[in-house]
Ligand binder design. Structure first.
Ligand SMILES: Cc1cc2nc3c(=O)[nH]c(=O)nc-3n(C[C@H](O)[C@H](O)[C@H](O)COP(=O)(O)OP(=O)(O)OC[C@H]3O[C@@H](n4cnc5c(N)ncnc54)[C@H](O)[C@@H]3O)c2cc1C
Length: 435
């Protein structure tokens, strides 16, 4: 990294956090509460729009730890489970979190991210973090004498400069530090792209299931239906790149045409009206080669992004905030143990992501779809699948054993449906080459 030019006005802190999304705000709150001098820099101003509205049951203990449980309860739509609808099986199936291995986490929330992220950000400030909004971090250097120097630019063009002992990159899909360090790898095997918008008047499930997320499989990928508590419903399509490339007209029209290709969701939206316009994001799966190094760590989406079919992004982001806070404390207080702490952070971050990725990469293949659509609780594997859907991937060894059984069944079932699996694989490869 280049050395930055000296400036007269330099502010100092223990930890500089780049980005005030769920990862950055969680980290900043924990460290500030423990008396660290934290500066949390956000390029936007909260509340700001963000996609990623469906949370997992395992987010709830985190809200407790941050002391924001009641605030989230107030703004969240209750989500008791996940419904999958498959045109290939002609039916729907619902997984209720109450049936997971751990019965202590029977629900989650759907949230407006603008409001949710604002709560997390203000919580970090209440715990003592210094917040700087409307300021983009533009450069960072790791001088030989130690510490970190970072440059920021405010919306009105004023340059700011910080000297910190440690920097945490929580810049989300901007991947600020991974780009700087040249360590961001796109995952070409699992390319996809998304389009999403919000509707009023969508037909929801009755009763307690009203707030459930519904995932619809269809030939071009999958669609989400996320009911929010203000009456609007978030709808998105995650599609193969070649399909997205086939678009000729404007995005709004293409999105509505895409919805029409999946009769089950089209029916739910028959009387609904699109509010505002549709947003599209390009090919988007990536991972950084490292999650940590001397004087820095990468959190949440700043480290990796995988297909959001299991709604785990915010959970991973917040989890990395907690893990990151412990790691940074060790680095600051016990430098001789820093290397080990950073290695553990790296391993912990990868472990959770890997356990989800296996399922996500196979989520649109016939064998896995069959297992989701006809679950059997042989050896407790249905409960184990539910624990996975709830985000309970970091804790229990019994879960790991059952998921191994699940994977074994998957491979057997793939062999039995070999022809269809081969055709799906061949089509996937062709699509990637076209995309
Ligand atoms: C189509 C789609 C659907 C999704 N659906 C879900 C879902 O249903 N559930 C779920 O849990 N997750 C979902 N996700 C993933 C989820 O959005 C992310 O995983 C989550 O927001 C990651 O949090 P984060 O704090 O790491 O990053 P972000 O939430 O992106 O926060 C990063 C922050 O950093 C700021 N920033 C960026 N660069 C700089 C800079 N240089 N200086 C200062 N500030 C900067 C940004 O403005 C932003 O506020 C979805 C993602 C996509 C793309």
């Amino acid at each position: 990294l280049p050395d930055l030019p000296a400036r007269e006005r330099e502010e100092s802190c223990d930890v500089l956090v780049v980005g005030g999304g769920p990862a950055g705000s969680t980290l900043a709150a924990v460290l500030a509460e423990r008396g660290r001098r934290v500066v949390l820099v956000e390029k936007d101003t909260h509340p700001r729009f963000h996609i990623g509205e469906s949370l997992l049951p395992m987010n709830l203990p985190m809200f407790d730890r941050l002391g924001i449980k009641h605030e989230i309860e107030r703004i969240g739509m209750l989500k008791y489970g996940v419904e999958f609808i498959s045109p290939y099986h002609g039916k729907s199936i619902t997984f209720d979190f109450a049936n997971a291995l751990d019965k202590g986490f029977p629900l989650a929330y759907q949230v407006r991210r603008s409001v949710f992220d604002d709560i997390l950000f203000r919580n970090a400030v209440a715990k003592g973090a210094v917040a700087v909004e409307g300021c983009r971090i533009t450069d960072v250097a790791f001088p030989a004498e130690g510490g970190v120097v970072a440059l920021g630019k405010t919306e009105d063009g004023v340059e700011r400069r910080w000297r910190a002992r440690f920097v945490a990159d929580a810049s989300g899909r901007d991947t600020f530090l991974a780009n700087r360090l040249g360590i961001r790898d796109r995952d070409r095997r699992h390319n996809s792209a998304a389009m999403f918008g919000h509707f009023t008047g969508a037909k929801r499930l009755p009763g307690k299931a009203e707030g459930n997320i519904t995932i619809f499989w269809f030939d071009e990928g999958w669609l989400w239906f996320i009911p929010l508590c203000d009456g609007t419903t978030s709808v998105g399509a995650v599609c193969r790149p070649d399909y997205i490339k086939s678009r000729r007209g404007d995005v709004d029209t293409f999105f509505m045409e895409t919805i029409a290709r999946c009769p089950a969701i089209a029916e739910r939206l028959r009387e609904a009206r699109l509010i505002g316009s549709v947003t599209a994001t390009g090919n988007y799966t990536y991972r950084a080669r490292r999650a940590a190094g001397e004087r820095y760590i990468l959190l949440g989406d700043a480290f990796a992004f995988i297909d959001p079919i299991f709604s785990a992004g915010v959970y991973f982001a917040m989890n990395s905030g907690f893990l990151g806070a412990e790691t940074i404390e060790t680095c600051l207080d016990r430098p001789r143990r820093a290397r080990l702490a950073l290695r553990r952070f790296e391993a912990g971050t990868r472990r959770g992501l890997d356990s989800f990725s296996w399922y996500i990469y196979r989520a649109t293949r016939p064998a896995l779809r069959n297992m989701f659509m006809s679950p059997r609780n042989v050896l407790g594997i249905e409960s184990a699948m539910l624990s996975l859907l709830a985000g309970d991937v970091f804790r229990r060894s019994s879960l790991r054993a059952r998921l191994l059984v699940f994977k074994a069944i998957y491979y057997v079932s793939s062999a039995l449906t070999a022809r269809r699996t081969f055709l799906a694989w061949r089509r996937h490869r062709r699509d990637l080459q076209a995309g």
